[in-house]
Design a protein around this ligand. Sequence first.
Ligand code: AMP
Ligand code: GLY
Length: 425
Amino acid sequence: MNILLIGSGGREHAFSMQLCKSKLCSKLYIMPGNAGTASLGVNVAINPLDFDSVGLFCIENKIELLIVGPEDPLVKGIRDYFEAHEQLKNIAFVGPDSIGAQMEGSKDWSKVFMQKHGIPTAAYKTFTSENLQEGIDYLSNHSLPIVLKADGLAAGKGVLICETREEAIKELDLMISEKKFGSASTKVVVEEFLKGIELSVFVLTDGKNYQILPSAKDYKRIGEADAGLNTGGMGAISPLPFANEAYIKKVEDRIIKPTINGLQADGINYVGFIFIGLMNVNEEPFVIEYNSRMGDPETEVVLPRIQTDFVELMMATATGSLNEISLQIDSRTATTIMLVSKGYPEDYEKGKVISGMELVNDSILFHAGTKFGENGDILSNGGRVMAITSFGNTIAEALAISNKNAALVQFENKYYRRDIGYEFL
Ligand code: AMP
Ligand code: GLY
């Protein structure tokens, strides 16, 4: 089978590895891919947002399965484009249409959805320029801290946690009147702060059936002890000690089932991954956010644990037969540590030669931001450069291997958190 995977991060390198393991995969293309995916398939230099070119590529290369990694093409309607096209509509497709992708593309939309379907989430109200004064009055009486969320996609930067009401009022005004996050903050969701431990639960659905994938925890802050700016994620662990069978059952009953049923009741044909960001508040799960894709770097610990043939799993998703799949999961723990460039998550360095990869034989190196230099060197090409995934019988065992290898892979001014998983050690 000819397969096209869209994306270029560590997530897509992990997808590529799983797809290549399957006997069903005859040819894998990654659009645009990175230096890691190049060793598993053919990187294709087409912009995934140029749907005409993506479609033409699929026709010319007889693509039979298309998987979309990142949210942007989904929110912008890549599935809708394929469904409306005579020659493309029969390609097996993993990823929701633009309405389903509103789960991630609009925080207000997802809050309305959760409220309508009785899914536990923080109390909220949404404001725009039309009711800004009402918003300011609302904030003046709000409990602290206050969470402000830009409604639209803001590259992971659109959430602010304000410690004072004055700060919240100033930020609400900046977001709405000064368009702090561009059109993404035309609407702002003001939310109650939930205190607890975060975890991510991943669900794969074909529109009627679903399978629950392993859960994971991501470390979002740049600094050790969870200090400093938010990043895309600095490391991850799967599974989590507290997310045992009973806890996941609770999540399934209170959150996953109502979500899948809600999508169906609302007439949304959602085919793909649902990433549910949860806050565990005194053992009770609340939804912080939905994403319409897999997480990165969570994928780098979740996918290596999936033993079921991954092409079969993707095809079952795309063709409505997920109920026929029996999911096999590796019971060991997987951990990943992300090596990042100096400056990340703000302006960062690029083009640094990466060395020492050949010294690593007991971890999987998932390339994130990498590319080939002219002489064949592998160069850093992003804020997040490489995820180092290891297995162990315990979190400590897996982390020890990831940490050892994080020190062996070198590039100038490399940075990584040495405390991933600290609260479980
Ligand atoms: P998001 O972009 O929605 O993932 O939010 C970024 C981060 O903000 C989350 O990972 C949480 O750490 C934090 N966050 C979001 N919403 C809340 C909330 N209601 N209470 C506490 N923390 C939150
Ligand atoms: N690691 C968080 C995300 O993918 O959104």
